[in-house]
Every structure is written in structure tokens, then in C-alpha cells.
Write a protein that binds this ligand. Structure first.
Ligand SMILES: Nc1ncnc2c1ncn2[C@@H]1O[C@H](COP(=O)(O)OP(=O)(O)OP(=O)(O)O)[C@@H](O)[C@H]1O
Ligand SMILES: [Mg+2]
Length: 253
């Protein structure tokens, strides 16, 4: 097996007496969708927050392409190519699509207009945003100058995913991306996840939606009580078995 793009070894994270992660491993390989499932409080979000720099683990190691890294803030993870879309969407409703894609990394005009007068390269950003959205095969977004507040939930999620997948990122992590969406919009986001994977971008998908997980994931990591209970695939296990492992009714050794 090749070196994982992203790997965690023995991650521990406690909050006072509460154990969030009790020594969790994870491997994400090139071109795969890894789903993470587990009951409420199983440690899914805590795991993601450690991988995305929002939390610093108490113990354990994170490796990107085989090299140990230390993340102290989300920006550290982003610089290492790990982009996370949190369940509470980080889009700015008042801004248009292009501005959202470039939030925090705005392009300025060349020369003194950009360096001294801090003038933004709006057209350049619009063009790159359009290209990015096209490359991802997102057909639901039409004009880059559309304000995000006017978009549907699925379209907003598409903007957040497009942003995460842009700018040289190596890994995209999605925490419950369809939780607030309708059937049609969920299907669009799932298609986007597949498109990302097919373009070689590995995706970590946290979801409670078992049919969805079995439809889109290549491998499924099951978290239980702060530990990794099992890693299964949709080919080797049924959704019923996954739920049984999740709840402790079935133990995988
Ligand atoms: N900031 C925090 N302070 C204290 N305890 C926390 C904090 N974050 C998480 N925990 C605790 O750590 C454990 C794991 O929580 P986590 O949010 O990772 O679960 P989860 O698997 O994402 O659950 P859900 O499916 O409900 O989102 C829980 O017992 C939770 O109460
Ligand atoms: Mg959670």
C-alpha cells in the first residue's frame, strides 16, 4: 500500500474528564472517499478538528504524505493542503460567489495598485472562480457575481466545497455536508464528492446518513466511544452490520 496522503496515529484528545479521542488511527489514501460514521459523541468531530488544526491533540501524530506535521491553528492545516467544510457553513452570505471562493486569500491587482492601494483583482478572481467551478463540474452555480445569500442550501454547500477544493488543497474534509439539505440538493453534493474523488482529490466525509455513506464511500471508518471500532467497505459489509458495529452489538476483531 502506498503512503497515505493523510494519516493519524494514536490521537488522544481529552476535555477535562471527558475523553473525546482515546487513541485513534486513520489513513486516507489518494483518490478515495473515506466516510467516518459513529453515534453521537463517538468522537467524529473531535477527530476532524484535530486533523484540521482546530484542536491540538494531547498525544499522537498526524502525517501528511508520510511527513509528521503539527497543527496549532486551522491555518496550519490549510497551508498543508487540508481543507475542511464544517457543518456550520463558513460562507459569507453578503458576498458573491467569487469573493467567497477567495475569502482570506484575495488576489490584488499587479503593481502599486495592488501593493500600495490594496486594490483587488476582481475580474481575475471572477475568472478563476468560474474556471474552478467549471473544473469541478458544478453546474448549479451560474454567475460568480451572484450573492451567496440568494443561493439555495445545496448551492451554498457547493460554494463551500468549491472553495475547499481550490488552491492546491490535497484533502477535503466534509462534516455532515448534507445534514441541512433536501433530497435533490443532497444528491448534488454527493455527486460533487464523487467528482472530487474522480479528479484524484481524497475526501473525508462525516455523515449520519447510512444509505448515502454506502453509496459514495470507498471505505468506512466506524468510531465508537472515542476509538476506531472498525474499517469496513460497502462491498464487505451491509449497512445493518455497520450500525451493529457502531452500537457495539457486533464486535470486529
Ligand atoms: N469542546 C469540548 N469540550 C468538552 N467536551 C467536548 C468538546 N468537544 C467534544 N467534547 C466531547 O467529546 C466527545 C466526542 O464529541 P464529538 O463532538 O467529537 O462527537 P461526534 O462523534 O462528532 O458526535 P455528533 O454525531 O453528535 O456530532 C463527546 O463526549 C463530547 O461531549
Ligand atoms: Mg459531530
Amino acid at each position: 500500500m502506498s503512503t497515505p496522503i493523510l494519516e493519524a496515529r494514536g490521537l488522544v484528545k481529552t476535555f477535562g474528564h471527558v475523553v473525546g479521542l482515546a487513541g485513534v488511527d486513520l489513513e486516507l489514501h489518494a483518490g478515495e472517499v473515506l466516510a467516518i460514521i459513529g453515534d453521537n459523541g463517538a468522537g467524529k468531530s473531535t477527530l476532524i478538528k484535530c486533523l484540521s488544526g482546530a484542536y491540538t491533540p494531547d498525544a499522537g501524530q498526524i502525517l501528511v504524505e508520510g511527513k509528521p506535521v503539527e497543527f496549532h491553528r486551522p491555518d496550519d492545516a490549510r497551508k498543508a493542503g487540508i481543507e475542511t467544510v464544517y457543518q456550520t457553513l463558513a460562507v459569507s452570505p453578503a458576498l458573491d460567489i467569487a469573493s467567497n471562493l477567495f475569502l482570506g486569500r484575495e488576489q490584488r491587482l499587479p503593481g502599486v495598485r495592488g501593493s500600495v492601494f490594496r486594490m483587488l483583482d476582481k475580474k481575475g478572481m471572477r475568472d478563476r472562480a468560474k474556471q474552478q467551478v467549471e473544473d469541478l463540474g458544478i453546474s448549479t452555480l451560474q454567475s460568480m457575481t451572484q450573492a451567496v445569500e440568494n443561493l439555495s442550501g445545496g448551492q451554498r454547500q457547493a460554494v463551500a466545497v468549491a472553495r475547499a477544493a481550490a488552491f492546491g488543497s490535497k484533502v477535503v474534509i466534509l462534516d455532515e455536508p448534507t445534514a441541512a439539505l433536501g433530497v435533490r440538493e443532497s444528491a448534488q453534493v454527493l455527486q460533487l464528492v464523487r467528482d472530487l474523488r474522480d479528479q484524484g482529490m481524497p475526501v473525508i466525509l462525516i455523515s449520519h446518513d447510512m444509505p448515502q455513506v454506502f453509496e459514495v464511500a470507498d471505505r468506512i471508518q466506524i468510531q465508537r466511544l472515542g476509538r476506531r471500532a472498525a474499517v469496513i467497505t460497502p462491498k464487505t459489509h451491509t449497512p445493518q452490520e455497520a450500525v451493529a458495529i457502531m452500537t457495539g452489538a457486533m464486535v470486529v476483531t
